[in-house]
Design a protein around this ligand. Sequence first.
Ligand code: ATP
Ligand code: MG
Length: 235
Amino acid sequence: MQKIDGIRHIIAVSSGKGGVGKSTIAVNLACSLAKLGLKTGLLDADIYGPNTPSMMGVAEQNPKVTEGSGSDQRLIPINKYGISLVSMGFLIEEGQPVIWRGPMLNSIIRQFLYQVEWNNLDFLVIDLPPGTGDAQISLSQSVPISGAIVVTTPQQVSLQDARRGLAMFKQLGVPLLGIVENMSVFIPPDMPGKKYEIVDDSNKGVPISISQPNKESSVVFGNLAQLIKNQFVNT
Ligand SMILES: Nc1ncnc2c1ncn2[C@@H]1O[C@H](COP(=O)(O)OP(=O)(O)OP(=O)(O)O)[C@@H](O)[C@H]1O
Ligand SMILES: [Mg+2]
């Protein structure tokens, strides 16, 4: 493992399941650390689905490269809200897919760690892709991580995947800082005193289209099935 000169602590934000709010939490954690006066960087390690440039309002920017040649050159992060940001999103056309195999992912993550002009950061927050795959392993084996945060929603399926994430960090020897339970309640903006639990029928082991066939969402699933039938089954 190779510590990065000029970075004191690396915090990884991870989740088992996709779409639970990792990037939102990584971005807001980085902004909040910067607001405390700490020198903060944000590395978007979601190579396949980089979202941080648009969340930080810098999707149109292109990072510059330092002078020199070959391995001496360093990528200069984009600065916004006092945060140094690097993302694959700056290097590809918006809306284009990135189709890479594991070894290429490993090498781009290493480049993002070692070939970027990270200037004396107190914290580098890393926004990971979902799951327990190549990116997590590659990162954990490249640099010492001070701690990981696992993000989940209250739904059983997300918690199941979060447990896999916790076990992975344990196996990789990365200390766990804590779990963020996101999207647990809905607070109506016009009734801020009220709180609604977000109900999840998938916890019960009976899909809603079976348990409550007349409910609005079950009717929508029925319409979807009918459309597919009409498209593919000639009767
Ligand atoms: N607490 C919240 N309340 C409302 N919307 C939220 C909340 N957290 C996240 N979102 C929204 O949910 C969507 C998914 O969030 P986000 O992109 O941060 O998830 P992610 O875990 O990074 O997804 P991916 O696995 O695809 O990287 C975004 O549109 C985000 O704005
Ligand atoms: Mg994300």
